[in-house]
Design a binder for this molecule. Structure first.
Ligand SMILES: Cc1ncc(COP(=O)(O)O)c(C=O)c1O
Length: 398
């Protein structure tokens, strides 16, 4: 028998998908229709103009390889757009277009992490950061996020500083944040930028949800005047323009770093998909649709928050970003003698509601929480929370 590379044994698949699988089985065997709060993507189609431009590109036969770092026109557009937005002069050579933000992250880790290096992650965080760090022989080191029902989620500066060691290579910051739905206050973002720069640590700033900001001011790490020293900025088209299946993300970093990304790209995937990039060129004219979508998501967020606030036994913060709510279920877990994974399974099997257990977002902090996405219609949100409420009442009274 052949043996797989040992690094592969360190990698697991996307565990959020497991709960969708359980839901499919329950629907089949019990004949019930589940309500899906497990979704990690907007439920709207990509704006028409973007789809039209991709079709035109196909018709014109733009189906060949593009440069490894992406089409020059698209890189220039992204640079121009970010320059205007953040008042800097970002140039095309500081942009790499990638097949999705996940690939952008992968390249960033690949470019820096040596075996034994430590990478600071916030706990909880997007599951794939830790997986890739481990795949490369690095060690995730976690800084806990704290929860306060009034303030939401936050980190403590001293706790971050205390995790930095001579082996620290990178800090990964994600704002707005998956899974908590937090848009961090500007002072927290500025602090992480300052600390990483002072200590000469690479800062990956994953800002893929930057348009999903509801009632707070968003401060981008790209607003740090000296970001070129150490920042690898990650964003993409997936969430903002509802283009998850198009697989288009991008990296912003100083020219020298982007050059390295180009070498990695040409050896791994050659280039991002040609006609998808032509479609994405039209995204910069589609912000009216983005605004409509964000207004819709804000209303859905309010509906979910109002409904969840009426459920005794859970503590919920009104999410200020992304499209997730991350309520604390400690009391329910205690009463039912469950952990968040078994609670999520029971909610599917007994209430017909799909959520994602906080435990799948490393490492420990999420264990008392469930992630609920509000990327679905208001009536479904109401129905889903009302099913959860009945279930929770049953657990608490048993
Ligand atoms: C925080 C975060 N970063 C990156 C990604 C990946 O985005 P993409 O679909 O563009 O690869 C996701 C997707 O869920 C995410 O939540």
């Amino acid at each position: 028998m052949e043996s797989f590379a040992s690094s592969l044994s360190k990698l697991t698949g996307e565990s959020t998908l497991l709960y969708q699988e359980i839901a499919r089985k329950v629907e089949k065997t019990k004949g019930i229709k589940t309500i899906n709060f497990g979704i990690g993507q907007p439920d709207l189609p990509t704006p028409q103009r973007i789809r039209d431009e991709a079709k035109v590109a196909l018709e014109k036969g733009y189906t060949a390889y593009t440069p490894a770092l992406g089409l020059d026109e698209l890189r220039s557009k992204i640079a121009e757009f970010l320059s205007q937005k953040y008042g800097d002069k970002i140039i095309k050579d500081e942009i790499a277009v990638t097949p999705g933000a996940k690939t952008a992250l992968f390249l960033a880790f690949l470019a820096y992490v040596n075996p034994g290096d430590e990478v600071i992650l916030f706990d909880p965080s997007f599951y794939s950061y830790a997986e890739v760090v481990k795949l490369l022989g690095g060690k995730p080191v976690y800084v806990p996020l704290h929860f306060d029902q009034g303030k939401g989620f936050y980190y403590v500066t001293d706790e971050l500083s205390s995790k930095i060691s001579p082996k620290t290579k990178m800090i990964v910051y994600n704002n707005p944040h998956n899974p908590t739905g937090m848009t961090f206050d500007a002072d927290l973002s500025k602090t992480v930028a300052e600390i990483s720069q002072e200590r000469k640590i690479v800062l990956i700033s994953d800002e893929i949800y930057d348009y999903f900001v509801f009632d707070k001011n968003f401060w981008s790490v790209l607003q740090t005047p000296s970001w070129r020293d150490n920042v690898i900025y990650i964003n993409g088209f997936s969430k903002t323009f509802s283009m998850t299946g198009w697989r288009l993300g991008y990296i912003v970093a100083r020219k020298e770093v982007i050059g390295k990304m180009g070498i990695l790209a040409s050896n791994i995937y050659t280039c991002p998909t040609s006609f998808a990039q032509y479609g994405a060129l039209a995204s910069f004219d589609s912000f009216a649709q983005v605004k409509e979508m964000i207004d819709l998501f804000r209303r859905r967020r309010d509906v979910m928050y109002n409904e969840l606030s009426g459920v005794k036994g859970i503590k919920v913060y009104k999410s200020s970003g992304a499209f997730y709510m991350f309520p604390d279920f400690s009391e329910v877990l205690g009463a039912g003698g469950m952990d968040s994974k078994s609670l999520a399974v029971k909610l599917i099997e007994e209430a017909g509601v799909v959520t994602i257990p906080g435990e799948v977002f490393p490492e420990r902090v999420g264990k008392n929480f469930l992630r609920l996405s509000f990327a679905l219609g208001e009536e479904k949100i109401k129905e889903g929370v009302s099913r959860m409420k009945l279930f929770v009442e049953k657990v608490l009274s048993s």
